[in-house]
Design a protein around this ligand. Structure first.
Ligand SMILES: [Zn+2]
Length: 489
């Protein structure tokens, strides 16, 4: 049997995948627009025009309302929503997190989702909010795990079963929950109760939560970042290995007059121009959009266009192998996203394990790039170079270098590597002429390590005048340093 989830392309932790459901194959990463069964600003059918391949709705809302429940039981979920593509259903956990209780048991809501023909069924887990004590998070996790076992026994067949991964802001619990879920073999893994982190712009902690869950899951399992619908953080989450998102944001933001872009959100009343090429923004002026009688609907449509455009861009970047460059750009949209980027690279050790070895050209986009997995990878492999005799380290070719036994290129943020590797990824990187402090520091640290690893060799370092760093003094103790202007004399 072919696997439910197939990975076609990879870059950093991100991947392009194919998720098989009873109502068709979905290409990931993608966003599932949230359909409210009571109010529909945009019909489920119409969602395809924006790029939606799969929808998500709430089975608990349907279950609670007799009229909807009867129709769903009679015509199926797909009949109720008049949509023949894949539909995921939530279980009422969200209502549980907001109201503290729900009028349904795990078994009842699971059987209901099964009966109405949901493509991805979600058990009634306990969404433990951030910052609670370890004790509470652990106790709630035990209840969730019991319900997950019950769900796995109950649902075995064509329909996919999701395993929400909880554990609050305790990475060890998140990882443990992920391992528990992995061992029970579910089809999709939503990371739960992360909305409060996103609402408070706590992107660094969000990164920790995602990374902890990913470390416990099988690398080939599809992961859903439950409640994430703003395109500005998609690239970051995809780079960490998230495959599915869901957006109620397109409608909620529209209701509040908010205009979504991949760089952030603006209130439509503050816009003089519409900086987006979608059909809505091309047709209407900012003034017309603000005063349109159907403003909410128009805004919701624009929000969906902007959301799916970002997904397509991310997929293209994965194909090209330069997803991390996009992440670094996007994370400059908000200082707290920049915190998230920095935290992402604190997980470079793990990223390096999953990152494919060759990609397109590495672009240095700022100080954070000095911590990219490729740089870490090089640092860990420094002991592979065995050097003897006279060696010269330089940035660009210098006169007389052929007289040296070994020629090494100095390129921040990497350091020094044999000239033979110059055109090889990642050493063919595009970097600024004048390195920033972070890049120069990392490169000098690595060069010092390389020199120390090769006591048999005698090093000469041709230093550029613009290089200013205290580590150069340390380097001078182990190598002969000559500034370029003196070398040419
Ligand atoms: Zn637009």
């Amino acid at each position: 049997m072919a696997p439910i989830f197939e990975i076609l392309d990879k870059d950093a932790g991100g991947r392009i995948g194919r998720l098989k459901t009873p109502h068709g194959v979905v290409e990931t990463p993608t966003v599932m627009p949230v359909i409210n069964p009571n109010i529909q600003l945009i019909s489920p059918k119409e969602m395809r025009d924006f790029g939606a391949e799969i929808l998500i709705t709430n089975s608990y809302i349907i279950y609670r309302k007799e009229e909807l429940r009867e129709k769903a039981l009679k015509e199926g979920l797909h009949g109720l929503l008049d949509f023949d593509g894949p539909i995921m259903t939530d279980s009422g956990s969200f209502q549980l997190s907001v109201y503290g209780s729900v009028e349904v048991t795990n078994k009842e809501i699971l059987e209901f989702q099964q009966k109405i023909g949901s493509d991805i069924i979600v058990p009634l887990d306990i969404p433990t909010p951030p910052d609670v004590s370890w004790k509470r998070a652990e106790e709630e996790l035990e209840v969730t795990e019991e319900r997950l076992r019950e769900a796995r026994e109950l649902i075995r067949g064509e329909q996919l079963l999701a395993c929400p991964v909880q554990g609050s802001t305790h990475p060890e619990l998140r990882e443990r929950a992920a391992v528990h879920g992995r061992d029970l073999e579910f089809e999709v893994y939503p990371l739960g109760a992360v909305v409060p982190l996103m609402e408070a712009y706590r992107y660094a902690e969000l990164v920790d939560v995602i990374a902890a869950c990913k470390k416990g899951l099988s690398p080939t399992a599809p992961v859903h970042l439950f409640g994430a619908g703003h395109p500005m953080m998609f690239a970051l989450a995809v780079a960490l290995g998230c495959d599915l998102f869901d957006s109620a944001a397109y409608a909620l933001y529209a209701k509040a007059g908010r205009y979504i872009t991949a760089q952030g959100t603006s209130h439509v009343d503050k816009l003089s121009y519409l900086p987006c090429p979608c059909p809505i923004c091309s047709k209407y002026s900012a003034e017309e959009l603000k005063t349109a009688p159907n403003r909410q609907e128009l805004l919701a449509k624009h929000n969906l266009y902007a959301t799916f455009a970002e997904i397509r861009l991310i997929k293209q970047r994965i194909k090209e192998g330069n997803l991390l460059e996009l992440v670094e750009q996007r994370c400059r949209a908000h200082p707290r996203l920049l915190d998230g980027l920095k935290r992402l690279y604190e997980h470079s050790e793990w990223l390096e394990e999953v990152d494919p070895a060759t990609k397109s050209t590495f672009f240095y986009c700022g100080p954070e790039s000095a911590k990219r997995p490729e740089v870490l990878h090089f640092e860990k492999k420094l002991d592979r170079f065995s050097l003897e005799g006279k060696a010269i380290i330089r940035t660009r070719p210098v006169k007389g270098e052929k007289e040296y036994a070994r020629v090494l290129v100095f390129k921040p943020p990497f350091g020094a590597y044999p000239v033979e590797m110059e055109e090889v990824y990642p050493f063919n990187a595009e970097v600024p002429r004048v390195p920033d402090r972070e890049a120069l520091e990392k490169a000098l640290e690595n060069t010092l390590k390389l020199i120390e690893l090769n006591p048999e060799a005698e090093f000469t370092f041709v230093c550029e005048e613009v290089f200013k760093h205290p580590l150069l003094e340390k380097l001078a103790e182990k190598a002969k340093i000559v500034y370029r202007k003196d070398w040419e004399k």
